[in-house]
Design a protein. Sequence first.
Length: 375
Amino acid sequence: MVRSIALLLTGVVTVSVMFGTTHGFLLPDVSPTALFRLSVRERIPFRPLALHQQQKQQQQVRERRSAYEVCKAATVVDPRTNQSVPLLRDESSLPLQLPFFPKQERSEKYALLVVLPQLGEFTSTEYTSLLCGVLPDLERAGIGLTVVGIGDAASAQRFSIVTGLPLEQIRVSPDASLHRTLGLYQGPTFDVPSFVPQWMIHALGGAEASRAWLNYMAMCAGIGAPGTIQEIARGYLGDRTAPEWLRPTDLIRAGPIEITGTQHVKLGSLVEYDNVWAKDTGYQRPVELATVRLRGMVEVLGNWDEYVPDPSYLAQRGGTFLFDIQQPQGELVHKFLDKGVLTYSETMSRPLSFLEPWIGTKARNPLGLGDQTNL
């Protein structure tokens, strides 16, 4: 039942985005005043003052401790053992120093911590596919990668198989406690309107899960999620400043739809055609990135219970942190906090460009596909 409702809700948002059916929800950036008006019109409780005070108090607590200290004190679950482990390796895990032998240095000089939303969600699969493309480069640069997502051991194992990210580099935070500790964005925090029937709330998994669905779908529609609508549109319209995402032979199936690369489209047995841009190369073609995201959506909806054991944290967003662990206090050299869906980098045309000082131009084209810009 939950899978059916999830499929229906996802389909509504997808159709809305594709055909521009706004009805007041597809807004690229919404001001607090507009949100207040929306809450009054839709009878959605809106509590900006209480939320602001709560976030301010949390921020004051976090400011007393550095991000590195917070991460060193945090624990997550290792999906290989299903046991709680430290998020970051401490000094006790360094090689044993023996007398009269040369001092052994740790091979990792930097710690790249990528905190994802729900494993399998659009952001998680897309971001991880890029990270997998630079794994050897990160190792050569002395950058240790740890990817943390919301889910359980089964979620992580499935995610590892599908994305190709080694399981030893994946950790899970089943209740998103790490995300809250780091102060990551939790969505617009709407409450479920009182007119929603109890049977629907129950079908969605309860009050918390229903609230998560409401806020996640609101973000998919651009509400309280700056940049989300622009990024969805970029997936459909293409981007001449970004490299390719698909090889010509890549085959994506979604029900009766069959797409080969960015060239050939088949809709059941009735419609079959080649795209106008079928012979274009060297940039992100129209609908190309949207097709990649469709592939991820089909994978998740087909294995929903495995990826999402508890939907109560669907609205929780992630963040990226790069620490210089050669420094005693772990100097933070890069930080980005997600504020919406599919907005996991300051430079979405080339999301890993922040790694260019360490791994070179590979950061600008992690998948190594066609790239005509030569920037």
